[in-house]
Design a protein around this ligand. Structure first.
Ligand SMILES: [Zn+2]
Length: 223
């Protein structure tokens, strides 16, 4: 019996197939169909001017690597090394810009455990009093951070109009349902309103993995 060799695709045929698949994915009505997008924020650092100077040298300016969804925010090319209790460390911790008035390190629960923290509280951005500290190492120097390590509370960015549409005010707490094989409803999504914000929910990587965000079939934000 003659065995047929499977036909080989030419390079241009492969490219055409890839193009079709990519285009279909882009057109697929994903969770953003209602204008709502949910993004997982990997662990990262926000730095104040003074700490950037100490870590990278006086007057140093961050380099934009990638613009983020919220206008004006970006992932920088620069990274730092984070050293936690018991001298465990995370290297290549991404810095997000622009600079803030206080340095803040945002970790997922898994990151906090692997660094040896007993407890890293869930806090809103900027609410840093009484949080644990860390050593932060850059190419120019080291910062001894007395406090500023948090797990970021899940939150929704929205414009004034979008807040009115949902009937919510800054500081309100909403629910986020992520439908899929896991099917999870998060009960505490903090509302943050600014005229310049675009509608977006931020969760950390543990939360995204827990709800299977990447494979979510439907996403809803409600009161
Ligand atoms: Zn955010």
């Amino acid at each position: 019996m003659a065995t047929a060799t499977p036909p080989r695709l030419t390079r241009s045929q492969v490219e055409e197939i890839v193009r079709q698949v990519v285009t279909e994915r882009l057109k697929a009505p994903g969770p953003g169909a209602s204008g709502l997008v949910v993004h997982a924020s990997a662990r990262h650092a926000h730095l104040c001017r003074e700490d950037l100077d100490r870590l990278f040298g006086p007057g140093y300016e961050l380099t934009v690597d990638r613009e983020l969804y919220q206008p004006g925010n970006f992932a920088a090319k620069e990274t730092v090394t984070l050293i936690g209790p018991r001298s465990r460390l995370i290297s290549n911790l991404r810095i997000l810009g622009p600079l803030r008035s206080r340095t803040q390190i945002e970790l997922a629960f898994t990151d906090a455990v692997s660094l040896g923290y007993e407890d890293v509280p869930i806090r809103l951005s900027g609410d840093l009093d009484g949080t644990p500290g860390a050593y932060v190492m850059g190419p120019h120097g080291v910062v001894v951070l007395k406090e500023g390590v948090i797990r970021a509370a899940m939150h929704a960015h929205m414009s004034t109009d979008e807040a009115a549409g949902y009937g919510v005010s800054p500081g309100d707490v909403m629910k986020l349902r992520v439908g899929g094989d896991a099917g999870v409803t998060f009960e505490r999504v903090h509302v943050r309103v600014d005229p310049a914000f675009r509608l977006e929910v931020h969760m950390d990587t543990d939360e995204a993995n827990a709800c299977g965000l990447r494979y979510a079939r439907e996403i809803g934000l409600f009161k």
